[in-house]
Ligand binder design. Structure first.
Ligand code: NAD
Length: 348
């Protein structure tokens, strides 16, 4: 495998690996290991070019540092991306080569699943590296808890913004019905919420709609769907100068990473009276699950984990209150809390 190291300011280590035999082309970015080894899933996506993959891995790795810090985990932030179409280009040899790439970093980065990497792939990767977590055969699938954390976060946002303690009768527009979005739909449906759903795969949308008696809308129409909550659970960059004015919901709360196309758009949401649950706070349930294997090996405690995930609602409530009090956006408050934890760890 050919390895290239790139120096990027603000990042501890950025590595590109290419293996001509298996076709692997991947980046691993380690943002910050102040709190512990960098953890973060591996995304496989048909990036237009290497630069697009690099810019995605950098943003994703950075938000993992904040996600782990705000979740009070003794872990740092990192991420991997593989350039390729997961439906066409993925092979066992490619997953094994990725495992070798991760192993070569000797534990400074711990990988897991993400968009385009399914549970079976995690098993294949684990043939070649110890530094992988969330293995399904060890009960490690993080997506049920990722979805449960988002559900707890939506409940907290509804309590704060709409002063309601029940989801019954409220409508939620869910964008993206994959591993997390689908499970979130189940929790919302069971709590009595009405669902409006969109997925770029029409078959997936039809299946989920039938299961939960949901209304299907076209992917572009989900922003303006007449809903109380908009839950982005597909890809990032969905809150833009164009989509924000179209939003009908007064709450945005979903699992997708990097939802704000530009950081300043957080304030635009405030001006429009839209409560935003910062993505890296609300989506931390999956990280909490995979971290359990790393932080407490051999000592899995469902109650401790469940308590942590449900704590996402409390953390968000604190963030919402502070943001209201100071008239600032919720991401600024979340960043401040995460930064304080990092600074304290550095000073200790
Ligand atoms: P997934 O690949 O299983 O599902 C994504 C779904 O979104 C797919 O069904 C896809 O067809 C759909 N989609 C993509 N673009 C779309 C668009 N423009 N409009 C409508 N639908 C679209 O991914 P996942 O694991 O469910 O993750 C979803 C999001 O949550 C990602 O942003 C991921 O980074 C984030 N996240 C995932 C986890 C986890 O544990 N998997 C944890 C935290 C955050």
């Amino acid at each position: 495998m050919q390895i290239e190291r790139t120096r990027i300011e603000g990042y501890e280590e950025v590595v590109y690996g290419e293996d001509p035999e298996s076709g692997l082309k991947a980046f691993i970015a380690i943002h910050d290991t102040t709190l512990g080894p960098a953890i973060g899933g591996c995304r496989m996506w048909p990036y237009a070019d290497r630069d697009a993959a690099l810019s995605d891995v950098l943003r994703l790795a950075r938000s993992m540092t904040y996600k782990a810090a705000i979740a009070r985990l003794p872990l740092g932030g990192g991420k991997a991306v593989i350039i390729g179409d997961p439906h066409k280009d993925k092979t066992e040899a490619l997953m094994e080569a990725f495992g070798d790439f991760v192993q070569g970093l000797e534990g400074r980065y711990i990988t897991a699943e993400e968009v385009g990497i399914w549970p079976d792939d995690v098993e294949t990767i684990s043939r070649r590296t110890r530094y992988v977590t969330g293995r399904p055969r060890r009960g490690g699938d993080p997506t049920p808890l990722a979805a449960w954390g988002v559900y707890c976060g939506i409940r907290a946002a509804v309590r704060h913004k709409l002063e309601l303690s029940s989801m019954a009768g409220l409508s939620v527009a869910v964008q993206g019905l994959g591993h997390v979005g689908h499970k979130l739909c189940r929790y919302l449906h069971d709590a009595g919420a009405e669902l409006i759903v969109a997925d770029k795969d029409p078959e997936v949308a039809a299946k989920v709609a039938a299961q939960f008696r949901a209304e299907i809308v076209a992917p572009d129409a989900i922003y303006s769907a007449d809903a109380d909550v908009f839950a982005p659970c597909a890809m990032g960059d969905v809150l833009t100068d164009e989509t924000i004015p179209a939003l009908s919901a007064s709450i945005v709360a979903g699992s997708a990473n990097n939802q704000l196309a530009r950081r300043e758009l957080g304030m635009e949401l405030v001006k429009r009276g839209i409560l935003y649950a910062p993505d890296y706070v609300i989506s931390a349930g999956g990280l909490m699950k995979v971290a359990e294997e790393v932080v407490y090996p051999g000592d899995f405690d469902q109650e401790r984990l469940q308590g942590r995930v449900e704590g996402i609602g409390l953390t968000l409530t604190r963030i919402f209150r502070e943001a209201d009090r100071e008239g600032i956006d919720t991401t600024t408050v979340a960043d401040r809390i995460a930064m304080d934890r990092l600074e304290m760890a550095k000073a200790a």
